[in-house]
Design a protein around this ligand. Structure first.
Ligand code: CP
Ligand code: NVA
Length: 340
């Protein structure tokens, strides 16, 4: 029996091959179909899943909770304030204890080394729900959404505008390179990905044929793009950097001028969310009071345009996270790895 994912962790995209990531996306599309047709899929009946969150979350936490429940498993939320880890108990001791009770662990936090340590010492599959470096479960939902909209992934050109060295930008560059997507990261020189991240992506691109571009030139980055993507200008843990980020990133806002620069009629817009497109959040109001801006990384006009797919993307978080958990723990039979 072929169970290529059984017992495996998802700590970063590079832990899998492009074909394996594509297989997980296709499996998620199948699970979405089952859910919408009320067909049970209890692959994880009787399993227990720990959800560790050192940073806040709406989509990732809800996706793991709903997906685990749909699969017949019990999810247990363990927030930073609820457990001994981080204050009174070490990573190794915590991992050993959790691994003795839970069948799988989700972790969202800061250093990548924590999610790696949990996997090493717990002995159960660990899923990265976002670290400072990578956001792999987000990628599955993003490329599933592209597959749904365009009917394929390979050969698509995706341009990311903004803080081009955060977790989402790093992950888009590497995942796109793995899946044969042309990825353009467009942002100021001081906010471009590390050489290490670029090297990982370049290696994958040599195999997949994807064309990568990292530039501060909007014209070059936007022309011919099928997908425009942006993210918050100061990620969780970087809240003290708003002033410098606003100064650097205002030219890289995702607005109608950027959409027009693609020169394409069917370009879509994506955002992992939460987004700062109006003044209906406390953070946006604080920024408005301090800097006089009422829209940040994306304008309200673009956010509400019919070609903006961020809510389809958000909904797909649940289906893709479900696919990852079921494939890691559910003894799912996968006859061949999907290829485009
Ligand atoms: N996109 C994303 O990870 O959202 P949350 O922070 O709400 O989980
Ligand atoms: N780059 C953002 C992503 C949020 C889902 C952050 O890390 O805060």
């Amino acid at each position: 029996m072929l169970e290529p994912f059984q017992g495996k962790s998802l700590l970063a995209e590079k832990d899998f091959s492009g074909a394996e990531l594509y297989t997980l996306i296709k499996f998620a599309e199948h699970l979405k179909y089952l859910k919408s047709n009320n067909i049970e899929h209890h692959f994880l009946q009787g399993k227990n899943i720990a959800l560790l969150f050192a940073k806040t979350s709406t989509r990732t936490r809800s996706s793991f909770t709903v997906a685990a429940t749909d699969l017949g498993a019990h999810p247990e939320f363990l927030g930073a304030q609820d457990i001994q880890f981080g204050k009174k108990e070490s990573l190794v001791d915590t991992a050993k204890v959790l691994g003795s009770m839970y069948d799988g662990i989700e972790y969202r936090g800061y250093e990548q080394s924590v999610v790696e340590g949990l996997a090493k010492y717990s002995g159960v599959p660990v899923w990265n729900g976002l670290t400072d470096e990578w956001h792999p479960t987000q990628m599955l939902a993003d490329f599933m959404t592209i597959d749904e909209v365009f009917g394929h992934i390979k050969g698509i050109t995706l341009t990311y505008l903004g803080d081009a060295r955060n977790n989402v930008a790093n992950s888009l560059l590497v995942t796109g390179a793995m899946l044969g997507v042309n990825v353009h990261l467009v942002g100021p020189a001081s906010l471009q990905p590390s050489q290490e991240v670029q090297d990982i992506a370049t290696k994958f691109a040599q195999d997949s044929g994807s064309q990568l571009l990292i530039t501060d030139d909007l014209e070059k980055g936007l022309t011919g793009s099928d997908v425009l993507y942006t993210d918050i200008w100061a990620s969780m843990g970087e809240e003290d950097q708003w002033a410098s980020r606003i100064k650097l990133l205002q030219p890289y806002q995702l607005n109608m001028a950027a959409v027009k620069k693609t020169g394409k009629a069917d370009t879509i817009v994506m955002h992992d969310l939460p987004a700062y497109h109006d003044l209906n959040t406390k953070l946006a109001q604080d920024i408005h009071d301090q800097f006089g801006l009422s829209e940040l990384e994306i304008t309200d006009e673009v956010f509400n345009a019919p070609f903006a797919k961020q809510f389809q993307q958000a909904a797909n978080r649940m289906h893709t996270i479900k696919a990852v958990m079921a494939a890691s723990l559910g003894h799912v039979f996968i006859p061949v790895l999907a290829e485009e």
